[in-house]
Every structure is written in C-alpha cells, then in structure tokens.
Design a binder for this molecule. Structure first.
Ligand SMILES: [Zn+2]
Length: 215
C-alpha cells in the first residue's frame, strides 16, 4: 500500500494507494475521509472567527486525521500578523484535540519554530513539500519534525536529503501535481538504493504512529 500523505485531489485514489486529501477550509469541503483539514495561509478569510469555527466542526468528524495544511508563507500577500494569528490558533487546536499538524512553510522556518515553541506544541509536526537542503533538514530533524517529500524530488536536486533522511521521519506526497505517488516512491527508492517493499512498510509504520490511524 502506497500512502500519499498530502494531495489536493479529492477523487478516489488508484487501487493500492491510500491518499489523504487536504481540505482547505472555505475552499473545499470534507468529501471523503481520511483527510486533513486546515486554514491555508493563502486563504485566510476576512471573517477568520467563522472560518476557524468551520475548521473546528470539520475536526470533530471521524476520519479527519490532522490539522493543516497551515503555516507561514513569506511569498504570499496575506498580512504577516494575520498568518501568525491563524497559524497559532491552529497549533492550539491541534494540541487540544491531540492531532498532528501538517505545515506549509515558505521561507519562514525559524518563524514556524518560534510559533510552535511559543504555543508549547506537543503534537507531531509534518513539514509538507520539503524542498530545501540537507543542512536545514538536519536542524528540523533535531526539533523532532517529520518530513513529506513531493514531486519536487523528481527534478534531481534533493539527492543529499534523500540519501540521509531517517526513514522513520519520512512521508511522500503528490500535493497539487498530477504526478503519480508510485513515481515518487520509485524515484526515492532508486536514489536511496532501497527496495520498494521496505519503503512501503516503513511509511505505513510512520503513518500508523504519527496519525494514530488503523487501516
Ligand atoms: Zn498542499
């Protein structure tokens, strides 16, 4: 079983794949579970309180297994204070309901860390779509975070991360791309010189552990 931990496609996945669709509150609804649901920093409503209440309702549904994607993005036009407020509210929520956080982070790793620390985060943190270098990955690993690598790895610039990342901290995803999750698994296995079966088993273990989900 291949796990696509983060996709914006809400259609039924291919056979042999467990795909976790991401619900962006006030853009998508909860169509099928398991899914994740959060308030994306690009899509923070002017009435944030209402949007947050909708998220809270989604999170009470069975099969909504994570809060996010949520986070901080230095390349978007959403005002910074609004982003920090929305992110920290979601960190609080995740800790209240004890679900992992799926994080969207663009050029704001130290600020993400600051918010998580300020809110005394205790739940698992998954940095989704990680596409930076091994130096940064090492720092984030020290904080205990998990990583999800996406279609970006197919471009060939992430060999050092692929070769060194501890497999018990790893997930794979397709995000908003049409790439098949099987291509990403296959590429990772080639670059890491790892049998596919071993990777499948490890990511399944990670999934059960982090998302507390039984298949
Ligand atoms: Zn996404």
């Amino acid at each position: 079983m291949l796990i696509d931990i983060h996709t914006h496609k809400h259609a039924e996945p291919d056979q042999g794949t467990l795909a976790i669709p991401n619900v962006i509150v006030s853009k998508d609804s909860v169509y099928r579970t398991p899914c994740s649901a959060g308030i994306h920093p690009w899509y923070i409503d002017s009435d944030f309180d209402l949007q947050f209440e909708t998220l809270r309702q989604y999170q009470s549904k069975d099969g909504v297994i994570a809060v996010g994607e949520c986070g901080l993005d230095k390349m978007t036009s959403t005002p910074w204070e609004k982003q920090v407020y929305a992110f920290e509210k979601q960190i609080e929520l995740a800790n209240q309901i004890n679900k992992p956080l799926i994080i969207h982070c663009v050029r704001a790793y130290s600020e993400v860390f600051t918010s998580l620390t300020a809110k005394q985060n205790k739940v698992p943190v998954l940095i989704h779509g990680f596409a930076k270098n091994w130096e940064l990955a090492k720092t984030l690993l020290k904080h205990g975070y998990y990583f999800s690598l996406g279609p970006n790895i197919l471009k060939g610039a992430m060999t050092e991360v692929i070769q060194n990342i501890p497999l018990d901290r790893l997930f794979l995803e397709t995000d908003d791309k049409d790439t098949k999750i099987s291509e990403i698994y296959a590429y990772f296995c080639r670059a890491r010189k790892l049998p596919l079966e071993q990777l499948e088993q490890q990511i399944m273990l990670n999934f059960k552990k982090v998302f507390n989900y039984t298949i």
